[in-house]
Design a binder for this molecule. Structure first.
Ligand code: XMP
Length: 319
């Protein structure tokens, strides 16, 4: 019988059988899948789980603190937070090609993660939040059936390089099942029903070269958009929503002065499988309100546009 508590019981037995008394390491991203793995492993093996949370400086507003509050403070999970913003920004300096950016971010993540793992010599296993659709997708990629449009950020070669066994307790589950398990394990609904966020984070939402100033600008604009979606009870009615930083300037007027500042694009989509998507027909009054707030509250932004492109032909992300 499929109930969240049965699945949790089975998963815990399987984790015990696989890992015995060994220590397990998990890269916690704050996304749904790795969060549910963290909660599940913590229930199964308690302090034998160590999570590493890498703050790459490309996260959403308050995300790092939220992860620490939920896991470390409320649940008592051992989480090592690594502030690696400077390292990531250094690797991204001067790089503007989207695929090159993804590779730099992915490689830097591996470097930072391996350096942390090296401090934990007792660890024998690496846990990952692989879910069933990932298994199918990567099987397709191996046989060449899936055409890779964007190289998605994942840590494919990591376990072999680190000589760790792999623990993937969500491997047979679909996303909605993972969410139900997360709720049953006591994770906040806000975390479990969060929109997906790409591994490279704001790095692929700042078009062209990534700089700290643009990341800060984007983070604030994105936060205002998401906050307003939640207030208007629209957040759960769209599948994914975010802001994008455009590295162009446009003329505007602020008070009596002409200004020449950056442009923020807003994107919101409705989709079931993220393979195709329709742009969300958000109410005009709502968009007007968000636009006003962004221009008034985000320094360095003088214009806001809304993306009305479906997928296809557009992708959901801009890079
Ligand atoms: P696209 O832009 O390809 O996005 O239409 C489809 C879904 O995938 C997410 N996405 C990524 N996720 N690493 C990720 O982990 C990536 O490099 C990446 N690129 C896109 C995107 O946010 C959307 O949900």
């Amino acid at each position: 019988l499929w109930t969240p508590s049965n699945i949790i019981e089975d998963a815990i037995s399987a984790i015990h059988a696989q890992t015995g008394d060994d220590e397990v390491l998990l890269g916690l991203s704050g996304g749904v899948d790795s969060s549910v793995v963290a909660a599940l492993l913590h229930r199964a093996i308690g302090d034998r789980l160590t999570c590493v949370f890498v703050d790459n400086g490309l996260l959403r507003q308050g995300e790092g603190d939220q992860v620490m509050a939920t896991f470390a403070r409320h649940m008592g999970v051992r989480v090592l937070r690594v502030d690696a913003e400077a390292q990531f920004l250094k690797q991204l300096a001067g790089v503007s090609d989207p695929e090159a950016k993804r590779k730099r971010i992915g490689n830097t993540f591996i470097e930072v993660f391996e350096a942390e793992a090296a401090k934990l010599p007792g660890v024998k296993w690496l846990a990952q939040g692989t879910i069933y659709p990932d298994v199918i997708e990567s099987a397709g990629a191996k046989t060449g059936k899936a055409k890779v449009i964007k190289s998605h950020h994942n840590v494919g070669g990591l376990p072999e390089r680190m000589r760790l066994g792999l623990v993937e307790p969500l491997r047979e589950l679909f996303k909605d099942e993972v969410r139900r398990i997360g709720i049953e394990l006591g994770l906040p609904a806000e975390m479990v029903y969060r929109h997906p966020f790409p591994g490279p984070g704001l790095g692929v939402r700042i078009l062209g070269e990534v700089q700290k100033d643009s990341a800060d600008t984007l983070r604030l604009a994105d936060h205002l958009f998401i906050e307003e979606l939640r207030h208007a009870e629209l957040y759960d009615r769209v599948s994914q929503a975010f802001a994008v930083f455009l590295p162009v300037r446009s003329v505007g007027v602020v008070g009596d002065n002409r200004c020449y500042e950056h442009v923020i694009a807003l994107r919101a989509v409705e989709t079931v499988d993220f393979m195709t998507a329709r742009w969300a027909h958000l109410p005009y009054d709502f968009l007007e309100h968000v636009s006003t707030r962004i221009v008034n509250e985000v320094p360095g932004v003088s214009r806001v546009v809304y993306d009305v492109t479906g997928k296809p032909p557009g992708t959901i992300e801009w890079e």
